[in-house]
Ligand binder design. Structure first.
Ligand SMILES: Cc1cc2nc3c(=O)[nH]c(=O)nc-3n(C[C@H](O)[C@H](O)[C@H](O)COP(=O)(O)O)c2cc1C
Length: 192
C-alpha cells in the first residue's frame, strides 16, 4: 500500500507524526510532504527533530517539487491524508489551486477518485472554512478533524492522539488494534 501524508502548518503536528509511526510499523510505503509552516509547527509543538520525522517516511518530498511522483495521477497511490490540515491548505484543495505539492497530490487524489482524508484543525470556523470543507466533501474528500473521544476516558494527551490516529488507520482500512470502539449494548452500563 502507498499512502501520501501531508503535514501542513495547522496546530497538531503530533497527529501527523504518530500517523507516520503507525504506517511505518505496518510496512506501508509513505510519501511525506511537510509545508514550510508544517516544519515550524513540528519545531514549535513537539520535541521531534525534523530529520527524525522525515526519516519515518519511505520517501520525503520537497513541497515545491511538482515533479515528485505523487504529483501525477499515473503514480499508483492508494490514499492521502493531510494531517493536520490548515485552513489555507484546505482552501487550496477545495478550489483546485495546487500551490504546493500537498495541494497538488490532494487534487490528484480527488481527480483520480482516490481516498483523501483531511484532518482539518481550526476553531472557531468562519463561513469560508465551512464552505471549503463542504466543497472538499462534495468533491470526494473525507473531512476528519481529530476530535478527542471522551468515552474512552483518556488519561493523557498521548492517549487522545493515539485514539484519533487509530480512527484514521481504521478509515484507511488498515489494522487499528489499539482502537477503543464504542461498546455494544450488552457491554454498556445502564444509565444511572
Ligand atoms: C503555531 C502555529 C499554529 C497554527 N495553527 C493553525 C491552525 O490550527 N489552523 C490553521 O488553519 N492555521 C494555523 N496556523 C496558521 C498557518 O500556519 C498559516 O495559515 C500557514 O500559511 C499555513 O500554510 P500551509 O497550509 O502551507 O502549511 C498556525 C500557525 C502557527 C505558527
Amino acid at each position: 500500500m502507498k499512502i501520501a501524508v501531508g503535514i501542513s502548518g495547522a496546530s497538531g503536528a503530533i497527529y501527523g507524526i504518530r500517523l507516520l509511526e503507525a504506517l511505518k510499523r505496518q510496512g506501508v510505503e509513505t510519501h511525506l510532504v511537510i509545508s514550510a509552516w508544517g516544519e515550524y509547527t513540528i519545531r514549535e509543538e513537539t520535541e521531534w527533530p525534523l530529520e527524525r520525522v522525515k526519516a519515518l517516511a519511505s520517501h520525503c518530498h520537497d513541497p515545491a517539487d511538482m515533479a515528485a511522483p505523487i504529483s501525477s495521477g499515473s503514480y499508483p497511490l492508494d490514499a492521502m491524508v493531510v494531517c493536520p490540515c490548515s485552513m489555507k491548505t484546505l482552501a487550496g484543495i477545495a478550489s483546485g489551486y495546487s500551490e504546493d505539492l500537498i495541494m497538488r497530490a490532494a487534487d490528484v487524489c480527488l481527480k483520480e477518485r482516490r481516498a483523501l482524508i483531511l484532518c482539518t484543525r481550526e476553531t472557531p470556523l468562519s463561513r469560508i472554512h465551512i464552505e471549503n470543507m463542504l466543497r472538499a466533501t462534495d468533491a470526494g474528500a473525507i473531512i476528519m478533524p481529530p476530535m478527542p473521544a471522551f468515552y474512552t476516558k483518556p488519561a493523557s494527551v498521548d492517549e487522545i492522539v493515539e485514539q484519533s490516529v487509530n480512527r484514521l488507520l481504521d478509515r484507511l482500512g488498515l489494522p487499528a488494534d489499539g482502537l477503543k470502539r464504542w461498546k455494544t449494548e450488552q457491554e454498556r452500563q445502564p444509565p444511572r
